[in-house]
Design a protein around this ligand. Sequence first.
Ligand SMILES: CC(C)(COP(=O)(O)OP(=O)(O)OC[C@H]1O[C@@H](n2cnc3c(N)ncnc32)[C@H](O)[C@@H]1OP(=O)(O)O)[C@@H](O)C(=O)NCCC(=O)NCCS
Length: 191
Amino acid sequence: MGRSAARGASIAVRRPFDEVRTERLLMRRWRDADREAYAAMNADPQVMRYFPATMSQADSDAHVDRIEELFDRVGVGLWALEVSQTGKFIGFTGLNPVPEYVPGAEGFEIGWRLAAHAWHQGYATEAATAALHVGFSGAGLDRIWSFTSVLNTPSAAVMRRIGMSQHGFFEHPRIEPGHPLRRHVLYRKDR
Ligand SMILES: CC(C)(COP(=O)(O)OP(=O)(O)OC[C@H]1O[C@@H](n2cnc3c(N)ncnc32)[C@H](O)[C@@H]1OP(=O)(O)O)[C@@H](O)C(=O)NCCC(=O)NCCS
């Protein structure tokens, strides 16, 4: 059993869920070979359009380190996505503790970030459907959250496609007042 340090508690999940297979994807733990392609994604202004800034290689690598540390500790996380047929890394989808700055939400959120070449093929929805299943049926979570800038309509569309319901709005406290990305929409789904 792993125990999360997420706010609100003590979510215990059975481990490990190192690999999840979907129709077209392998969702897996990260490899060092993913880091270059992940850094390229995080440096792409198109991919990071709804984030305050692109990420440096060092920040991108540090994110991979944090993701892997969570898998070690909790048994689930943001899986690296590989297209089964080609072996190509295309980004991540998975579960992550809700940050403490999201009002009213606790436990785990679901999230995704794909390289632009992998958009519009249903990969995020396919991986997110599997991640929800692992969260509810494997890890025993009762509720899963998701949130994004109100401008990020592609991300909210994934939330709706996997059956999440809108649950209000909040102002992101780490984005300055007046910034167009500050207003966020919150979604959730119960088991
Ligand atoms: C958010 C993000 C993952 C959404 O990607 P997406 O390609 O719109 O979503 P999906 O992978 O689920 O693909 C759905 C699209 O594929 C199409 N599609 C094609 N083949 C499909 C298939 N076999 N099954 C399902 N959908 C398919 C759908 O019709 C839909 O089309 P649309 O893009 O014209 O609406 C992507 O925009 C992204 O990575 N953005 C940058 C990072 C980001 O903002 N992350 C979220 C932060 S909160």
